[in-house]
Write a protein that binds this ligand. Structure first.
Ligand code: 5AD
Ligand code: SF4
Length: 443
């Protein structure tokens, strides 16, 4: 029986939504070549780690889990182990990994992920391991089958790479320069999703606001939003991530005018101190950012705002940090993703003097968490008594008798309703709120 059983693969994805999407493509390619997906590492014939290196702790997790795989390989020498993703694009990383973990069979990077099945054949037919990293991006490869999860919310990459070179960030080094997909390819993918029942689309890119810069005929992100808004069958359009320096008024107008584009912008500020923002090479000031927020709030009533903040960037003084606290209080974010600055080799910030001690970073981080939680609780309390539209995603994590979903403003809502409503948009009256979620009843 064993030799007619389909081969099983297991993928562990680290990091961001872009990596999730890449894993869905790896999964799509493997299914096409006869593999089946498993959620159990123990039963897998092929294990893939799709890695992230944006912060050190992501890398440490990969190393820790590789040690565990050593034992799995000893138990089952036929097991194939592949490692890919951003971490592999870093200088000398692939060589270091193969030295430390010689049992790894395949190593590839972000630019040659579409080659996975060829690499697998080499390992199986020639019994050789494959290490291949392309150091530069090539043309976008279209047509790779994507094996998606939930049939409700779909993610569609509109552009790859980043040209910004924020001084703390490895992404431009491991994901290459910006490349935008043709609008026709994006539309085609969205229509396929609609035909499978998806109702919400999130457009993905490291910096979606610079979409289309190198495309001809001319198209920019605002044009793309308007074009996608016209597609029948989508209920909601979201997008991530926006860089404040590239978010034009034309985009704000498109968000305002397009009824399917949700009233939520994720606009990473990283720091509230103009001098730190400058050292980060982000090309805006605290004043510019606050002014931009004011303009957006004026055009788009009920706009929800979320952001990313890095605590303890090199040279951050107590005064700089208090500028961040002040900005958070002024903007009143709906939610904030907070990170301790993590030194990334090869980035300019790694060479900067005045690296901040872990102790100071943690102490500031905790103070920021307190301020953010208070503000988010206040923002969420504003929803009490209101009736909101919720796209029902499934049953609630903590209480299976309840359903969960999100508002257009991306607020998580736990509420009582009928399970038949999963996948639909329902009206919910909010009865309770805390820092992280809302509670209510269908009306
Ligand atoms: N240290 C800490 N946080 C980082 N980010 C990117 N690079 C680093 C780093 N070296 C954060 C930024 C970015 C988010 C995706 O990750 O806030 O917006
Ligand atoms: Fe990194 Fe900055 Fe590009 Fe975002 S915009 S991916 S933080 S370099």
């Amino acid at each position: 029986m064993d030799n007619i059983r389909k081969k099983l693969f297991f993928i562990h994805t680290y990091g961001c939504q872009m990596n999730e999407e890449d894993s869905e493509k790896l999964s799509g390619m493997l299914k096409l070549s006869g593999y089946e997906k498993t959620e159990s590492k123990e039963s897998a014939d092929l294990i893939i780690f799709n890695t992230c290196c944006v912060r050190e702790n992501a890398e440490l997790k990969v190393f820790g889990n590789l040690w565990i795989l050593k034992k799995a390989k000893e138990k089952n020498p036929n097991l194939i182990i592949a490692i890919c993703g951003c971490m592999m694009q870093q200088k000398d990383m692939a060589q270091d990994i193969i030295k430390k973990f010689p049992f790894v069979d395949i190593i590839f990077g972000t630019h040659n992920a579409h080659m996975l099945t060829e690499y697998l054949n080499t390992v199986k037919q020639e019994g050789k391991s494959v290490i291949e990293i392309w150091d530069k991006e090539k043309e976008i490869v279209e047509g790779i089958p994507i094996d998606r999860g939930s049939g409700i919310k779909g993610f569609v990459t509109i552009m790859y790479g980043c040209n910004n070179f924020c001084t703390y960030c490895v992404v431009p080094y491991v994901r290459g320069r910006e490349r935008s997909r043709n609008p026709e390819d994006i539309e085609k993918e969205i229509k396929e999703l609609i035909s499978k029942g998806y109702t919400e689309i999130t457009l993905l890119g490291q910096n979606v606001n610079s979409y289309g810069k190198e495309l001809s005929p001319n198209i920019d992100f605002a044009d793309l939003l308007r074009r996608i808004n016209k597609i029948d069958g989508i209920e909601r359009i979201r997008f991530m991530t926006s860089h404040p320096k590239d978010l034009t008024f034309k985009v704000v107008e498109a968000i305002r005018d397009c009824e399917k584009v949700c009233e939520h912008i994720h606009l990473p500020v990283q720091s509230g101190s103009s001098s730190i923002i400058k050292k980060m090479n982000r090309h805006y000031t605290k004043e510019y950012y606050i002014d931009l927020i004011k303009k957006m709030k004026k055009e788009i009533p009920d706009l929800a705002l979320t952001t990313d903040i890095i605590v303890g960037f090199p040279g951050e003084t107590e005064e700089d940090f208090s500028e961040t606290l002040d900005l958070v209080k002024q903007v009143e974010y709906d939610s904030v993703f907070m990170f301790l600055y993590s030194l990334r080799k090869g980035t300019p910030a790694a060479e900067m003097e005045d690296q901040i001690s872990d102790e100071v970073k943690h102490e500031r981080f905790n103070r920021l968490v307190d301020v953010v939680n208070e503000i988010c609780a206040k923002k969420n309390k504003e929803y009490q008594g209101k009736i909101v539209e919720v796209l029902v995603e499934g049953t609630s994590k903590n209480d299976e008798t309840k359903l969960m979903g999100r508002t257009r403003t991306s607020k998580l809502v736990n509420f009582t309703s009928d399970e038949d409503n999963i996948g639909k948009i329902v009206k919910v009256k909010i009865t309770k709120a805390n820092s992280f979620s809302l509670y209510g009843e269908e009306v």
